[in-house]
Ligand binder design. Structure first.
Ligand code: CO
Length: 213
């Protein structure tokens, strides 16, 4: 048996399982999507968002790239963000990083590689900014994991700076933004930060011309 035959077999058994629980499952699925979440995660095969969050098809709109980066010059992530916020009207955006991230490690090693080296330039910058403090960790693993966290926080801040998100808040769209990290060694998700639309930081309020009540 070829390895991909196994995938088709598993697919057919998944279809049977779903239809056994609800014979109209796929008819309903085809009618449309109303996901509450936009997930921006790493392409890493060990971080499958639906599996680790116990969610079903239709619940999470997904964008994944190497090291879960939000680069405003990346039309891919920006079009996903635009569609999720303006059309699907998601309630939550999650940036989820993870420990043992190859993209983060490559940034620490200052990898030069066509495409890859350029892609992770934002993490290289974060590393440079925090290098002094990060070096205090001593062991490379803890250092890299901490850099993963710092990068997630930065991606959340970058999301808050986008016109897409700011316009949504200006319109009164109650959009939460979360920074999470997935610990591959335990399987657990951890919250790093949360931006609550009812309690926006002053600098964001100023940017969108709103006032604190
Ligand atoms: Co990764």
């Amino acid at each position: 048996m070829k390895s991909f035959d196994q995938i088709f077999q598993a697919n057919r058994s998944w279809v049977r399982k779903k239809e056994m629980l609800d014979k109209d499952y796929f008819k309903k699925l085809a009618m449309g999507q109303q996901p509450k979440y936009l997930w921006i995660g790493c392409s890493d095969s060990r971080v499958p968002e639906t599996e680790i969050t116990g969610t079903e098809p239709g619940e999470i709109f997904v964008h994944r790239n190497i090291a879960n980066l939000v680069n405003s010059n990346d039309p891919n992530v920006m079009s996903v963000l635009k569609y999720a916020v303006d059309y699907l009207k998601v309630k939550h955006i999650v940036v989820c990083g993870h420990y043992e991230c190859g993209g983060v490690k490559a940034a620490i090693d200052n990898l030069h590689d066509e495409y890859l080296g350029d892609w992770i330039v934002d993490i290289k910058k974060t590393y440079k900014t925090h290098k002094k403090d990060l070096k205090l960790y001593g062991d490379e693993r803890t250092l890299a994991n901490r850099l993963s966290e710092l990068s997630v926080v930065k991606q959340v801040e970058k999301l808050c700076d986008t016109a897409i998100v700011q316009n949504a808040w200006e319109r009164g769209h109650r959009l939460f933004i979360h920074g999470w990290i997935f610990d591959i060694t335990t399987g657990k998700l951890k919250t790093l930060m949360e931006i609550n639309p009812d309690n926006l930081p002053d600098d964001i309020l100023e940017a969108i011309g709103g006032e604190k009540v």
